[in-house]
Design a protein around this ligand. Structure first.
Ligand code: FWO
Ligand code: ZN
Length: 384
């Protein structure tokens, strides 16, 4: 495989639809997106992408790299992420987190797994902390973690309004957000706090208070699981009207959309003109527990990265504009994470490109490297 690759005649969604184009890749970058590119260099890889659509590699901002779970005892812990799942589902950039179990799941292991996934050709980042406040950290301070640990881009998933949270006070949450913001400023990172929002009645009350009563910019507040209920999502849309971005958890391939779910949320966001303020993440490898009214876990499933494209497909089949739905898993998360060169198929951007036909992925290119060729995942995998 050479350093120069030419994808011919793809229907490009950048995510804006730009029609049939050739895409020239040089090294790990997109060099040109044009019609009829002809280039003459040795070792040129030419891929005939006729009949395929090209979308930017998907960006998943909430993945339990190590697995999570444990809410029903040790036997309910969930398995760690297999990089092949990411490639098969077109996810090329991921942010890893710890969840309920911040005791037996460590930040050191999370960092190591993020490096392992990077060795397999993906782009990874992590949140410091876990559900609990005060947050577990590498260095004793979330601000130092963000400034000194290269892959740390923020704090999360900090649980609020949930029977599994540490019942943090508003002041504790405010201090974490303030430290994340300055940590981000000092290191050129987003300095976001990814909040796990449970079903509790206080919803994202704390986040509104921070946005409305302090100098902290709303972009540092990134609540997830916001389509957990219609009521919570409506509260989330009000947060978007203040300039915030909210994240919803994708519908897992094995789930049925009950009374309210992510696709309903996407329709509601679209109808309110707020689709650009919504991202979708998978909660992959996290546990999706079900509790009875006494708070006992009565069952659980495991999240999958497959949920991202699955939810995009369902939303498109429901008639929502493909380019706007694609933005929720490409350009919008890239903006939240302040990844200047991700989330678009455009000159100068990282060559993270997925070629697919009817949502069946045929080729995956990540940072200019083939990770999937004609439907087959490419070895070598340094991990597995
Ligand atoms: C969500 C991750 C939940 C873990 O509420 O937060 O439990 O640590 O593995 N998952 N607790 C899933 C719902 C959004 C369906 C997590 C989990
Ligand atoms: Zn969560």
């Amino acid at each position: 495989m050479g350093l120069v690759k030419l994808l011919k005649n793809a229907e490009v969604f950048s995510p804006k639809p730009v029609g049939k184009k050739d895409i020239l890749i040089v090294g790990n970058k997109i060099a040109v997106v044009e019609s009829d590119i002809s280039v003459n260099v040795p070792d040129l890889d030419i891929i005939n992408a006729s009949g395929l659509i090209a979308i930017p590699g998907l960006i998943d901002t909430h993945v339990h790299f190590l697995g999570g779970g444990g809410e029903g005892g040790f036997s309910t812990r969930t398995p760690e992420l297999d990089p092949r799942d990411c490639i098969v589902n077109g996810v090329t950039t991921l942010v890893g987190c710890l969840g309920t179990d911040g005791i037996t799941r460590s930040l050191d292991s999370l960092y190591a797994k993020a490096k392992a996934l990077e060795e397999c050709g993906l782009t990874t980042f992590i949140y410091t902390g876990s559900y609990r406040v005060p947050p577990v950290t590498f260095t004793g301070s979330v601000q130092r973690d963000i400034v000194l640990i290269d892959k740390v881009i923020g704090v999360g998933e900090i649980a609020i309004s949930d029977h599994r949270s540490s019942q943090p006070t508003y002041e504790e949450i405010l201090r974490i957000v303030a430290d994340a913001r300055v940590g981000g400023m000092l290191s050129g990172k987003p300095g976001i706090v990814n909040f796990h929002v449970g079903a509790g009645r206080k919803g994202i009350e704390y986040l509104f208070k921070i946005a409305e009563e302090t100098e902290i910019l709303i972009q540092h507040l990134y609540p997830t699981h916001m389509s957990r209920s219609k009521k919570l999502f409506e509260e989330g849309l009000r947060f978007c009207e203040l300039g915030g971005v909210i994240d919803i958890t994708a519908l897992q391939p094995f789930e049925k959309e009950e009374n309210f779910g992510p696709v309903d949320a996407l329709v509601m966001a679209y109808e309110n003109g707020l689709i650009d303020a919504v991202t979708i993440s998978s909660d992959a490898q996290g546990s999706l527990p079900v509790f009875d009214d006494k708070g006992n876990m009565v069952g659980f499933k495991v999240g999958s990265v497959a949920a991202l494209l699955h939810t995009v497909k369902l939303a498109v089949e429901k008639g929502l504009p493909q380019e706007l739905i694609l933005k929720t898993v490409t350009l919008t998360p890239a903006k939240v994470l302040r990844l200047k060169y991700k989330g678009k198929i455009e000159k100068g951007y990282d060559a993270d490109i997925v070629l697919m036909e009817d949502f069946h992925i045929k080729w995956v290119i990540s940072k200019g490297k083939f990770l999937m060729v004609e439907g087959n995942v490419v070895e070598p995998f340094k991990v597995m």
